[in-house]
Design a protein around this ligand. Sequence first.
Ligand code: ADP
Ligand code: ASP
Ligand code: MG
Length: 846
Amino acid sequence: MNNARRIEVHKFGGTSVGDALRIAAVARLLRDLSSECGLVVVASAMAGVTDALIAAAAAATRGDRDEGAKLLDAVRARHLAALAQLHVDGEPEVAAEIGRIVEEVTDLVRAVAHLHELTPRTRDDIVASGEKLSVRLLTAALTAVGARAGAVDADTFLETDDRFGEANALMGVSDRTIVAALRPRLARGEIPVVTGFCGRAPDGATTTLGRGGSDLTATLIAAALNADEVTIWTDVDGVFTADPKVVPEARVIRQLNFREAGEMSYYGAKVLHQRTMIPVASSGIPVRTRNSFAPETEGTVIDGRITPGSHPVKAVTAVRDQCLVSVEGKGMAGVPGVAARLFRAIANAKISVTMISQSSSEASICLAVPGERAIDAEQTLKREFRADITRGDVDEIVARRGVSLIAAVGLGMAQTPGVAARVFGALARRGLNVLAVAQGSSELNLTLALDHGETAEAVRALHAEFGLDRIDTGEDSAQGFDLILLGCGKIGRALAALVEERRAHIVERFGLDARIVAVADRTGFLLRPAGIPASELTAILDSKSGGATLASRNDAVACVDPAAMVRQVLAYRLARPVLVDVTDGEDTAEALLEALRSGCDVVSANKKPLAGSLERFRGLVDGAKASGRLFKLEATVGAGLPVVDTLEMLLATGDRLTRAEGCLSGTLGFVMTRLDEGAPFSQAVAEAMRLGYTEPDPVADLSGADVGRKAVILGRLSGLAVSDGAIEVVGLVDSALSARTPDALMDALCAYDAPLARRIEKARREGRALRYVARIEAGRIEVGPVEVEAAGPLGMLRGTDNMIVFTSERYAARPLVVSGPGAGVDVTAMGVLGDILRIAGERRPR
Ligand code: ADP
Ligand code: ASP
Ligand code: MG
């Protein structure tokens, strides 16, 4: 049937043909497309015209002739004005056609006013004329731009059943008549411009396919002609994660599966008519939705591909004006056939059911039907169950009006546990009451009935819960792995270099393309959602080390609150975002919490937020769990050494830690080794500073504050409730020294030279060595200088190496030792990269 030439079907919604300017723009777009392929165009009525026709019919039904006539005059005037603006040849003929169509409707409306009765058949005849009018205008506009086009009324060939107002195409029959009507035109090189929304009943009467039905006209035609593609042009950029008019932060979903799109349209995403997908899904003809006001944007493509992506739920939709009917009774439990009788009765009354939910006790069955069928449904069921009510098997039949159905839709839901719990949690937190729930057996959607007044809030709640404001289901970033660098110091620079160096490896190993999308310092942030190119990143970080601040760049955003920065960055569409905290001792707890709450994983090399208040620590760890995010902090202790990993492994296998003891400071390790070698303390410290081992303020190392933080983190990770202050730290020097200038500090340190040399000497005589040790044992944490056995593991430790010795029930006689380089920029950056890769392993596409 298909000849070699490509065929595309393009459907334009009401706003896309809303006035002469739009119609002319559409005509030019189609003319350009027509040089490449055969086109079939489907048009809706001009925006508002269908509503006006419905209103005219309703006025006539009330007997109000004038109102009907006035509305129709306005419809005629609007079309004639648009025609005049189009400046087409043959304007008088087109104007006559428009006049004829409006005249026919006026006759019908007059007849309705006379009879005070409007049959569904006449109603369809009236409302279908909107499309007949718009198609005349679009055809004229196409001709005016030099294309060959011809108007075709679908009620001359598109065969449907006789369910007026909601007609179905007669499959098998309509395919043949569509081909017969359109193929010859295509073969002549003509663009058929077909009226959307309507068809022809078996007796020849005009039918309509339901509001918004032009979408379905387009896919029916595409399936019959075996077209290559359908494009639905509308007034928004594609299919969004929720109605953008309800959720301002909704995003375009770039790729959807037929089933997802079908489910979304069925549950209220007005952008596609409910049944749009049915004709094309089986033949796999892709459907695009695009914005006719912004044809340069890519839109959404709907096809057979399955890309669950990183988000289990892709969209939240709502159908309003539903009625919930429930049949309740204890006598129903275990009685077979109740459900069957109920659905047969509803089906016989030709009422479509939008949702079914049965309680597990079988004591009630609840179904939703469109609001306008509420009375029918209630009466039908009362009739069907009259005898059961008399017997007392059924207690009552209750109809609740003013209900909305909210659906969470996404193919990824099936593989993701806990989606329902999150849905209920999110609604409950806002005090929204769920009336009934249903989950399709495909697990493609979860549908909830709520009171009408709560619709918008519920949609927004679920949209936020699943992070859909940041969804990226676009095919090109199915591999995205977006890193946000908080902090631009030495570690940040080393990490950026490492990420770039290992990029190919990460793609190969995890199928993810790691890119740094944002960098932030104390003054502001720079964001490039598509990734900051490596060379640019290097330049930025180099200028930072020269003292420049990010806020001073004109492409950066000034912001001094890290939590606010995180919020702003995460407002962008990022893929698998990871916040990496490499700030130097800043209090970033709020920022980390914000990230976790917004669906971002976190890696921290910064001890400050974890070693402060216990509530804060728990808030972060529990917050990560509660929001299903990963929180990694290996680099906070022992830089790149697997200290946290080993501890977590021990605990995960059910082992119990009895003691953890070790040297956790590279700086102090270096100083102790130099003391062993006979160097004076002040000189050892000066060397450590020169070699870049110390913290920017060396007193943070020498006073034990830094080791203390590491010990607190380890203690907390091992399950101790370490409140801040509940740890004993004995420093090598007084922490008050930190206020001194570098020279004054050196002078002050000299005072420690002699006493420390004596301590070292005394220890040596006893076969021992002085080490700066953190010890976690029996619920206590002690940090300070300790004399250890010179021949033991800690005594043998040299230089900046770290060591941690875990003693547990399993590792009792011979403890588990982790040792190696534990200080320095490079190994710390390596530790951070390790955490990032652990996250990559968890988040990789499956
Ligand atoms: P047309 O007249 O082009 O057929 P419609 O009004 O029928 O346009 O459909 C487009 C409208 O659908 C949008 O303006 C938008 O408000 C609404 N809509 C509802 N849900 C969604 C969604 N999930 N994605 C996009 N648009 C949606
Ligand atoms: N014009 C009809 C309506 O407004 C059909 C359509 O737009 O698809 O519902
Ligand atoms: Mg529509």
